[in-house]
Design a protein around this ligand. Structure first.
Ligand SMILES: *Cc1c(COP(=O)(O)O)cnc(C)c1O
Length: 624
């Protein structure tokens, strides 16, 4: 059963399910569970005081670092437990998050581990060559041309420990050609295998026979022959597969490992003597669920690492080959947790349903009068009954309006009173949840307008229906009473996270004219930033890195303000000088403006052009 607004009085928004202990609820606010435990609301206020009023992307590098260390620790533990002789190494797949605010601190922090970067394009390879600590692994996947392969050879010359994973025989031919031209050092060669095993879930297409990538058994044999004939068999060091992102079950991975393990053993027996590594790709899932019983994955990190190590050990013994070095390329698991998007709530759309907007007449239709009496006399005892009566009366009154018996003012009063009664009844019945109340909540959602763009900041929600944990940053000691749907500020009707009774979001009733209210969207650090699009020309939000020093004190560093309007237009190839010229010209040619007004308008417009396009809300802390 989905929990309702009253079954979870502390309003932790499922943080015990998705939070990993990274964030905690204490004193009514969400805090970072690290160092001096700063609250997200304080961090947000500090940045807003500095003038950054739109949505904020907060990065917590310590969380990504901790995830990598957890991965290594678990593999080391599993290796010890099973007496596994092979090594464990990993790379971060750059496609998951290429932003400097993420990649650079991660590589800096993990110098002590066998941890490098995975690249899937020329630009990513250049990043990998620049930021992988020398000697740590670089792997290159994806389709390759001659030029990309040449860059790979240059990386090897620079001393990088680079493996080019080929996706097809033609790529191997290019490598052979390049090896003849450039000589050694030749990068290590990996073979991506086309698995029989398919992935599952919404990202399933990366695995299985219909997958875009990888070599069939026949092609593997052909590759082996080619390598032998060209004296490059000693460079074959890795086989690779990737069964798709966000694996929610462990079983396809186990099948894939058995398949890959046997291929590894067979290739070794056929003369691939330097083949020593199996790269199991990414796919380690992130827990995004906020609801009990709706887990996004059915395994723990412990189980995952145990399964990988145990299966590879078993196959190696059975086939009499050395235990392979295990590589992983987990991206989502490493990056998702580190970023939190903070969106200021701008408006509540049904807030107009307050007592003061009632337009009661001297003489109201009897049913309206009765609604008013229900509203003023509802108590915990009669709440359910009055609620039913109110809904009944509403039906009748709407029919009366359709038939022409009551006027628009009466209809407006009906709407307002019924909403007021529902609000009051829900509050009074909060300790007696029922299906009925849930259904009503589903019907009387409050719409929260949030200063952010779903297309820019949560594209997987728009494209794949992936939900992210969301909660208010404060008031967590107060019971939220409104079933909420969230609207972003794009003018696209898809820019909405609708209330969903199976994964309900309840928020507080706030008066945004008087008080601020912020929503945090968690686990947005994987894929969202780079897939984010400039629909309506909204840009990457202002980002800030939150770090902790040795004493645990918090420091907000490297604030990168969202692009201003002219820069956004420049990026989509407008000549911004031309835009400025046109604006100036039409102002100068205007016949209704005098000289002073022209100057003023021009000045004001220039100011707007130099700011980002998100909406600016007032900071109540300053009493502005
Ligand atoms: C995308 C990708 C990954 C990362 O997958 P996650 O699910 O984010 O861990 C790893 N390896 C390859 C080849 C990929 O294409």
């Amino acid at each position: 059963m989905p929990s309702t607004f009253s079954e979870d009085p502390k309003r932790s928004y499922g943080i015990h399910i998705w939070g990993n202990g990274d964030f905690i609820v204490e004193d009514g606010v969400v805090k970072v569970n690290h160092g001096c435990k700063p609250s997200l609301i304080d961090i947000t206020r500090q940045l807003r005081d500095e003038g950054f009023k739109g949505p904020l992307l907060l990065r917590f590098p310590h969380l990504a670092e901790a995830n990598v260390r957890r991965l290594f620790d678990h593999f080391e533990r599993a290796k010890r437990e099973f007496g596994y002789q092979g090594k464990f190494k990993a790379v971060f797949p750059l496609k998951v998050n290429q932003f400097p605010g993420f990649v650079i601190p991660l590589m800096e922090a993990l110098k002590d581990l066998e941890y490098g970067l995975e690249a899937g394009s020329k630009a990513e390879l250049i990043l990998a060559m620049s930021f992988t600590n020398l000697g740590k692994p670089i792997t290159v996947n994806g389709f390759k041309d001659q030029e990309l392969i040449s860059i790979g050879f240059l990386a090897a010359k620079m001393g990088h420990n680079i493996t080019l994973t080929i996706e097809g025989i033609n790529e191997l031919e290019l490598i052979i050609k390049e090896a003849r031209r450039l000589g050694s050092p030749v990068p290590k060669i990996g073979l991506r295998i086309r698995l029989h095993t398919g992935g599952i879930g919404i990202w399933a297409k990366s695995g299985g026979y219909s997958s875009k990538f990888g070599l069939t058994s026949t092609e593997l044999l052909e590759a082996l022959d080619l390598l032998k004939r060209n004296d490059l068999i000693d460079r074959l060091s890795m086989i690779h597969f990737h069964i798709g992102s966000q694996m929610n079950h462990i079983s396809p991975l186990k099948k894939a490992i058995r398949e890959a393990g046997n291929i590894y053993a067979e290739l070794r027996k056929m003369g691939a003597e330097n083949l020593h590594a199996i790269n199991i790709g990414g796919g380690l899932a992130v827990e995004y669920s906020q609801q009990e019983g709706q887990s996004s994955r059915n395994y723990t990190l412990e189980e995952f690492t145990n399964d990988v190590v145990f299966l590879l050990k078993e196959i190696s013994i059975a086939k009499g080959v050395r235990e392979p070095t295990i590589f992983t390329e987990s991206g989502r698991y490493v990056a998702a947790d580190h970023a939190v998007l903070v969106g200021p709530v701008l408006e509540l759309f049904s807030q107009e349903y307050s007592e003061k907007i009632l337009r009661l007449k001297e003489q109201n239709p009897p049913l309206v009068q009765e609604l008013y009496e229900l509203y003023t006399s509802v108590t915990p005892k009669n709440a359910r009954e009055y609620l039913h009566d109110a809904l009944d009366h509403m039906e009748s009154l709407l029919t009366l309006f359709d038939l022409g018996y009551i006027d628009l003012t009466d209809r407006a009063n009906t709407e307002t009173l019924v909403h007021l009664i529902i609000k009051k009844a829900i509050l009074l019945l909060r300790d007696k949840p029922s299906k009925e109340i849930r259904d009503i909540l589903d019907r009387v959602q409050e719409r929260y307008l949030v200063n952010f763009s779903i297309f820019q900041s949560l594209p997987d929600y728009w494209g794949l229906g992936q939900t992210f944990p969301v909660m208010p940053l404060d008031r967590l000691d107060q019971r939220p009473t409104r079933s909420a749907s969230l609207w972003d500020i794009t003018c696209d009707s898809d820019g909405e996270i609708a209330f969903n009774i199976d994964n309900p979001l309840y928020l507080h009733d706030v008066d945004v004219e008087k008080e601020e209210y912020f929503l945090g969207f968690f686990k947005v650090g994987a894929y969202q930033e780079i897939l984010g699009m400039r629909h309506n020309l909204f840009t990457h939000p202002t980002e800030a890195t939150v770090r902790f020093d040795k004493e645990g004190n918090v420091r907000i560093e490297s604030v990168m303000e969202a692009q201003n309007i002219l820069d956004v237009l420049d990026d989509i190839d407008y000549d911004t000088k031309e835009i400025e010229r046109r604006i100036r010209q039409s102002i100068e040619e205007s016949e209704i403006l005098d000289e002073n007004e022209r100057k003023e308008i021009l000045g004001e417009l220039y100011l707007y052009l130099s700011e980002n396009g998100y909406l600016r809300t007032i900071n109540f802390q300053e009493g502005a």
